[in-house]
Write a protein that binds this ligand. Structure first.
Ligand code: MRU
Length: 372
């Protein structure tokens, strides 16, 4: 049997367990009380797992989607031409992209995989060559993501560490879950917190509950406790009071889509955290891989924000528990919001730190070109 492919360090939480022909996803809707893995047999299972939040977090969604299709084609009895194989994969990728709209990582991965298989099909003699190239590329995404996250953690912690001045250590607030559970391993914003802890520069992490789905209290708190990182959980509504108390030195959050000017879509509530940080003179950072950047849109106004079921607000436990809101009330439940670049101090990526080119915007295209 082939060895399991993952980039996580031993002992870290693993949301995606993959080996050729087998994919299991940690059911994050059941954390922190139960650790249950679901078998994913094909792209249809992958689509449902993403839509139902079994797997969530921008990088994890993209990788799980790509691997679910890798599982499907691994043992597929297919009699078509290489071109037929490429169009089979392209159609399934388009379907997977429809599972959740806001995170660009998924559509970015789908587009790269689609281009790859179309190119391979031009010279391949048999369909199997196209499927094999697809499986190899999807597996590479899993390994590359952990390396990118470790580099993000390094650049973020080095940047924050260089600003320690007369402070011995810093306390960092984060929102939502951006850790091992949201990625192939280590995490983005939570990766920066992990790197600060490794360097001995972290006083404490604060994590918000992140209502209504509680990714903070259920998942980030779980990861922080698991890694024995000193941490405190707060209600989302306690952010401004915590900042006023003077115990937070910086905010680091993840991203689902970053526009060319730096406007950033992330979990609902991120914008409120950024406004509070601005008011209190606290630096606000975004930590994300380059695959979270969408240069095709000039600003955050063009980002499609997913709206989720009213059940998440009407019932406890992110929609899975008992009714807690008055029957008959109407609900607005956007899953993400957009923080304007103006409120963001800098963006930590695996290629380094993107700094402001003007008070209101980042030159992200210029950064990516110079980092090549
Ligand atoms: O709805 P979710 O749980 O998928 O939202 C996740 C977030 O908003 C994360 O902050 C973002 O995807 C970055 S994960 C590294």
């Amino acid at each position: 049997m082939a060895a399991e492919i993952n980039g996580s360090s031993p002992g870290t939480l693993q949301s995606i367990c993959y080996e050729r022909g087998s994919l299991r996803l940690l059911d994050q809707t059941r954390l922190p009380l139960e650790t249950v893995y679901l078998d994913i047999k094909d792209s249809s299972d992958g689509w449902t797992a993403i839509r139902d939040m079994v797997v969530r977090g921008a990088p994890a969604i993209a990788i799980a989607a790509a691997l679910s299709l890798a599982i499907e084609v691994f043992n597929l009895d297919f009699s078509g031409t290489p071109e037929d194989a490429a169009s089979y994969l392209a159609k399934k990728l388009e379907y997977l992209v429809s599972s959740r709209p806001t995170a660009v990582n998924l559509s970015d991965a789908a587009e790269k995989l689609r281009s790859l298989v179309l190119k391979i099909a031009e010279t391949a003699n048999e369909a199997q060559t196209v499927f094999q190239a697809y499986v190899d590329a999807a597996e590479t995404m899993l390994v590359d993501d952990v390396a990118a996250n470790k580099a993000i953690g390094f650049h973020g912690a080095s940047h924050l560490g260089s600003h320690l001045e007369n402070m011995q250590k810093i306390s960092v607030l984060t929102h939502c879950n951006t850790g091992s559970l949201a990625t192939a391993g280590y995490g983005t914003a939570l990766g920066v917190i992990r790197a600060l802890q490794t360097e001995g520069w972290l006083e404490k992490a604060f994590c918000t509950e992140t209502r209504p789905f509680n990714q903070g209290s259920r998942l980030t708190a779980f990861e922080l406790v698991h890694d024995q990182i000193p941490a405190t959980l707060i209600a989302d509504s306690a952010v401004a009071a915590l900042m006023k108390a003077g115990v937070v030195n910086a905010v680091v959050v993840g991203a689902d889509r970053i526009a060319a000017n730096g406007d950033t879509a992330n979990k609902i509530g991120t914008y409120s955290v950024a406004l509070s940080a601005y008011h209190h003179g606290i630096q606000f950072y975004v930590a994300a891989p380059i695959t979270s950047i969408d240069l095709s849109i000039s600003s955050g106004d063009q980002i499609v924000i997913e709206e989720r079921s009213e059940k998440e607000l009407l019932h406890s436990d992110g929609g899975r528990g008992k009714q807690v809101a008055a029957s008959g009330i109407s609900v607005w439940n956007p899953a993400f919001d957009v923080t304007p670049a103006r409120l963001i101090t800098a963006i930590f990526t695996e290629k380094g730190v993107i700094r402001k080119s003007s008070e209101d915007a980042f030159d992200i295209k210029g950064f990516i070109e110079s980092a090549k």
